[in-house]
Design a binder for this molecule. Structure first.
Ligand SMILES: C[S@@+](CC[C@H](N)C(=O)[O-])C[C@H]1O[C@@H](n2cnc3c(N)ncnc32)[C@H](O)[C@@H]1O
Length: 270
């Protein structure tokens, strides 16, 4: 394994923190292990050479590749199902009452390969049923990693990854490709718009969001970065709108302007 010196590690950690808000302080062994292979693939003999490559890369593809190696894109359909229950039984009825314009703005921030935004889309289809065409229910799905966004757009998933999805939804929204995989129906695919976006970049959107999912993403960020991000989310949440985070994550209740609703669910005051 190629050795990572103290100086290289601190330079590395500083670069990743400033670009992505990701805190590597306790991840030295993981970095050394995971990136040794990268160095070998690139025929580099030291981390110092790799740092120069990253600094001189104008296209940004090297740094994105790096990010893919150090984060996990692990995700699955119906993950943390309490959120979808709450969406169906509380959030959507609330929006239905309070949205005379019938325009819902939903954002899956850190969507990985699409299982999260497609689960939201299936839940909305269930709730609105035959009235769905009266609503704008398009979901914005963003991630920093191009490779997961491509997977999300293709929307082809192995058969065993569909096990948690209710039968009714599976039958309605998936097409059997007869090779052990299933593809999300074109109708549902059209309801999710995938875009690259680094959550550390300034937020510029046309309108506020009614519902933001940012689940299992902030686990990588240090407390300051997380608080700054949550405050940006709050700014871009419509009054009465919701933020869903991962159940293993917590927001510092005194530092956030959102109201706590229940574990991993927060609401902006009306
Ligand atoms: C573990 S996945 C979570 C996927 C999904 N939200 C879920 O809960 O199943 C975390 C995702 O966050 C993305 N991510 C990490 N840092 C990011 C950043 N600074 N901006 C945008 N996405 C980021 C990663 O690329 C990864 O796809």
């Amino acid at each position: 394994m190629i050795k990572l010196t103290d100086k290289e590690f601190s330079e590395f950690a500083a670069m990743v923190h400033s670009r992505f808000g990701i805190n590597l302080a306790k991840k030295r062994i993981l970095i050394e292990g995971r990136l040794s292979n990268t160095l070998r693939e690139k025929n580099l003999s030291s981390f110092d050479q790799y740092l120069s490559l990253l600094k001189n890369d104008q296209s940004g593809s090297e740094i994105t590749q790096l990010l893919n190696r150090i984060t996990t894109n692990h995700t699955f359909f119906m993950r943390e199902n309490e959120h979808f229950e709450f969406l169906l039984h509380k959030v959507l009825p609330y929006f239905e009452k309070n949205h005379p314009d019938r325009d819902l703005r939903i954002w899956s921030a850190g969507c990985s390969s699409g299982q999260e935004p497609y689960t939201i889309a299936m839940a909305m289809d269930e709730y609105f049923g035959s009235k769905k065409h009266l609503w704008d229910t398009t979901i914005l799905a963003t991630d920093i990693s191009m490779s997961v966004l491509e997977k999300g757009k293709r929307a082809v998933y192995p058969a065993d990854s569909l096990e948690m999805i209710p039968d009714k939804w599976r039958k309605k929204h998936f097409v059997d490709l007869k090779d052990g995989t299933f593809q999300i129906s074109s109708q549902l695919r059209n309801e999710v718009v995938f875009k690259p976006f680094n959550l550390m970049d300034p937020f510029v959107f046309k309108k506020n969001f009614d519902l933001i999912f940012c689940r299992n993403v902030m686990i990588y960020f240090d407390e300051d970065t997380k608080e700054r991000l949550v405050s940006k989310f709050h700014h871009w949440t419509a009054k009465g709108g919701f933020l869903f985070i991962g159940h293993s994550e917590v927001l510092n209740r005194t530092a956030t302007q959102y109201h706590y609703v229940k574990p991993a669910i927060y609401q902006k005051g009306v």
